[in-house]
Design a protein around this ligand. Sequence first.
Ligand code: NAD
Length: 262
Amino acid sequence: MVYEDLKQKVAVITGGSKGIGNAIAERYGKEGMSVVINYNSDQQGAEQVVTKIIATGGQAIAVQADVSTEAGVQKLVDTAVKQYDHLDVWVNNAGMENQHPTTELSLKDWQRVIDVNLTGVFLGSKAALNYFTSHNKKGNIINMSSVHEQIPWPTFAHYAASKGGVKLFSQTIAMEYAARNIRVNAIGPGAINTPINAEKFTDPEQLKTTTSMIPMQRIGDPKEVAAAAAWLASDESSYVTGITLFVDGGMTLYPAFQDGRG
Ligand code: NAD
């Protein structure tokens, strides 16, 4: 345990069945938090992290819900309150991507990525804000953005648009609810070793290309993103709201200019 104040706080983490969400759930469990771990289809992944948390003396429950639906996010609020009495931290982590030249990007693929990555963040934030404000409670929302809220990404236009949206949505609600003691921040991961990137990072050529774009010259571990999510959830970041905390090994530093190029 690193952050004493997190003990016994209650968190909802969307998309916690694998990757970054899974690592955040595990870290929150280690901090002594009670964790509602959302999954959409991968029940086994979510149950595995629940078992891990319970084995180390923590509390966790896996809940199926599609974050792109109002009923889904409400189910997560209701479960947190029913199971653990209240809610303190909401992490909108669920996300997806697929690659298409924009001329071939179907409306269906555009819509689904926006629905999960952006509308899901809106719906999750709205449900959490409604809970915090109606209970007159201090609250904390963490939205998983990406370096692509800042860096354009050809052939991933829908993904980049969704993350650009997450950035300004997060900043806007951070401002809107700051006086009510509700903090809203985003995390912008760079290239992290999760199932979303599995194919890319098992190909040595692609891995080399990716690492060449990272000043620290390595891809990140989900635990390094989870560490940022623990700090942002804790009172150690009590005066921080409306930021994107990049966890990217320097990817957003314009690495093409390395060694005085340009
Ligand atoms: P991942 O594919 O390993 O995990 C994504 C999670 O989201 C899964 O658990 C999946 O089941 C869940 N999910 C997808 N659609 C959902 C839905 N409709 N409802 C509920 N859950 C749903 O990916 P990851 O790398 O762990 O990504 C997590 C977040 O981090 C995403 O928002 C992603 O865009 C962002 N991100 C990842 C990286 C990276 O390099 N891995 C970089 C930048 C941003």
